[in-house]
Design a protein around this ligand. Sequence first.
Ligand code: ADP
Ligand code: MG
Length: 321
Amino acid sequence: MIAFENVTKKYANDQVAVKAIHLEIKKGGFFVLIGPSGCGKTTLLKMINRLIHLTEGTIRINGKRISDYNIHELRWNIGYVLQQIALFPHMTIEENIAVVPELKKWSKPQIQQRVHELLDMVGLEPDKYSQRKPTELSGGEQQRVGVVRALAADPEIILMDEPFSALDPISRTKLQDDLLELQQTIQKTIVFVSHDMQEALKLGDRICVMKDGEIVQIGTPQEIIQNPVNDFVREFIGVEEYGENTFNIQNVIEPIAVENIQRNQENTISFNDSLQTILQKLAHYECLGVEEKGEMIGVVTRASMLQYLAQDSLERGTLNG
Ligand code: ADP
Ligand code: MG
């Protein structure tokens, strides 16, 4: 668990980049920091692995102050992925991934096995890719290597600073999907910076909205969408744009068998229900049954609804693509 207690960062010019932050990031969670450019996301992230020194307050990892950790121990146990693809150009893919395991003095066979396992995990055939140089890979493939490099030594925490924002939309979507799938298996604590609400809603199980170095709201994607605390958050999500008249349940329904849903008032919806009703019910149930003429004809899940809302507002231009 990562805990911020009253953390402030002032840069040399006396500019306060991060103001008295209190924050808890749960172990195994996918935590997304989001906010406009300059609001302090990168500063907050880099303070965790001491790439930036905090001015006031305390950050703890598993109860221990980060300042009490040996700096190498701290850095090796925190994977880090940057926006700019930052592979070492003169090293092969295998060598790039092996950097931290080598520092940790893993054995050669152990490292080689790990590299292969990781490349496999992100769909890059080890035999084909491990001996190539970074320039022989596409941008998307390079960033994929960047992600697995961060995972290589099996760190508990992974920090990602807008890791996909330099990629084309297709590679970006693919890497987001891969990362979600990966997180199901590895269950690391991920702190992910984004300026894109669609990405945040898709990936995060908790989202922290920042503005001018302060936290404006923290919550699950549903909480942020349903109860934005102020106009800033509302505009950032584009919630006000979700008109009832344009919503069609057909866009989110998954026509699968639903015998296993115990039907009741709360977890069942019908075609006449308003978007608001459906969102309220989804706050309590991961999955709702859709009833038509007394028959259950499919389900609407939280995930499909969030994806729909995010996509919808992207198309309306209320989110930054
Ligand atoms: P974000 O990642 O949200 O775009 P940053 O954390 O990079 O924001 O920056 C927060 C604020 O701190 C910005 O106003 C930025 O100009 C300022 N800042 C960042 N790094 C430095 C630095 N090394 N020296 C002075 N000011 C900085
Ligand atoms: Mg930044």
